[in-house]
Design a protein around this ligand. Structure first.
Ligand code: TYM
Length: 331
């Protein structure tokens, strides 16, 4: 039987957070044996905000290093750079002509980002989900492992694919979001009712994957909790503690009941220290490998060049079919 196809990606916007890791890469690592996996660096999506060009190039390489350091085996996964596979933007143009302004207007991420970057509401930001749809559809992906904040983009991808299929016959596979039961939305440590975000102003609100052990411990120690001093999962009334429990649960492979039992009768001090231990234990080996890989840009280049080649081969097949169906001359 043919393996199912997975595609996902992360923007090259610099330091990733523990939320990015737990919501995406951590799940990807588990999928590499069972599926045909395509993991890209979404450098084109990064252009929707203003970047320093040198830093964007650096961040792209760093993200490749991080993918590998976090456990993605370049022999088992196709790791590539979005802008190196022109089929994405070519398909994206076509899909733009099958996507309605009204649909894009409903995207909450567009609304959020427009507020955050009020001086730069460019049309790339508006059509961003269409490029994301092209990323996914051009590989005939079955599953897209992402965090909860990308769910709406997956829904619009499915709508666009279904619309196209109903006009031109079966062309695109209808992909499904793969969202982990826990970890799909890691919240800020200071602001546990909003998601942990790379762009948070307060450094204490987020754990960066590159944070030192000392910083990680300090940030968990200062994490906002409540006055009950009892480790109990209750998202609505105890968002801070519940978020820490989710983080601990994923890293230790424990469910919420097990965690409640483990810390019964113990205060938040002990619990927070245990969460910090678990995070440090997971991140330290990743950081070590990451730093080693960054010393070897040639190796990183070889990884993406191999991935780019395979991704191009696959994506061009479907693009050709789409071109033919909509009436472009294809040789
Ligand atoms: P990006 O770069 O914003 O985020 C990368 C991944 O991290 C997840 N994530 C979180 N998960 C849990 N808790 C959090 N606090 C948290 N913050 C972020 C995101 O859900 C995402 O899975 N548009 C995408 C990149 C992209 C893409 C694609 C993804 C471009 N094309 C095609 C999948 C398929 C983005 O901006 O993710």
């Amino acid at each position: 039987m043919e393996k199912k196809i997975i595609l996902s990606g992360i923007q090259a916007t610099g330091d990733l957070t523990l939320g990015n890791y737990l919501g995406s890469i951590n799940n990807w690592v588990k999928m590499q044996e069972e599926y045909d996996c395509y993991y890209m660096i979404a450098d084109l999506h990064t252009l929707t905000i203003r970047n320093n060009p040198e830093i964007l190039r650096e961040n792209t390489l760093k993200l490749i290093a991080l993918y590998v350091a976090a456990g993605l085996d370049p022999d088992k996964n196709i790791i590539f750079i979005q802008s190196h596979v022109p089929a994405h933007t070519r398909l994206s143009w076509i899909l733009n002509c099958y996507t309605y302004m009204g649909e894009l207007n409903r995207m909450t991420q567009f609304k959020d980002k427009s507020l955050k970057h009020a001086d730069n509401i460019n049309s790339g930001l508006f059509t961003y989900p269409v490029l994301m749809a092209a990323d996914i559809l051009v590989y005939n992906a079955d599953l897209v492992p992402v965090g909860d904040d990308q769910k709406q983009h997956l829904e619009i991808t499915r709508d666009i694919a279904e619309r196209f299929n109903s006009l031109y016959g079966e062309t695109f596979k209808i992909p499904e979001a793969y969202i982990g039961k826990v970890g799909a939305r890691i919240m800020g440590l200071q602001n546990p009712t909003s998601k942990m975000s790379k762009s948070a102003q307060d450094p204490m609100d987020k754990i960066l994957l590159t944070d030192s052990e000392e910083d990680i411990r300090k940030k968990f120690k200062k994490a906002v909790t409540d006055s009950e001093n009892s480790v109990r999962f209750d998202k609505d009334n105890k968002p801070g503690v519940s978020n820490l429990m989710s983080i601990y649960g994923i890293l230790k492979n424990k469910n919420m009941e097990e965690i409640e039992k483990e810390f019964e009768g113990q205060g938040y001090g002990v619990f927070k220290a245990a969460v910090a231990d678990a995070v440090v234990e997971r991140l330290q080996p990743i950081q070590k490998k990451y730093n080693e890989l960054l010393q070897n840009p040639e190796k990183l280049k070889a990884i993406y060049e191999r991935g780019d080649k395979k991704a191009n081969e696959k994506a061009n097949l479907l693009l050709k079919e789409v071109y033919r169906k909509v009436g472009l001359i294809v040789d």
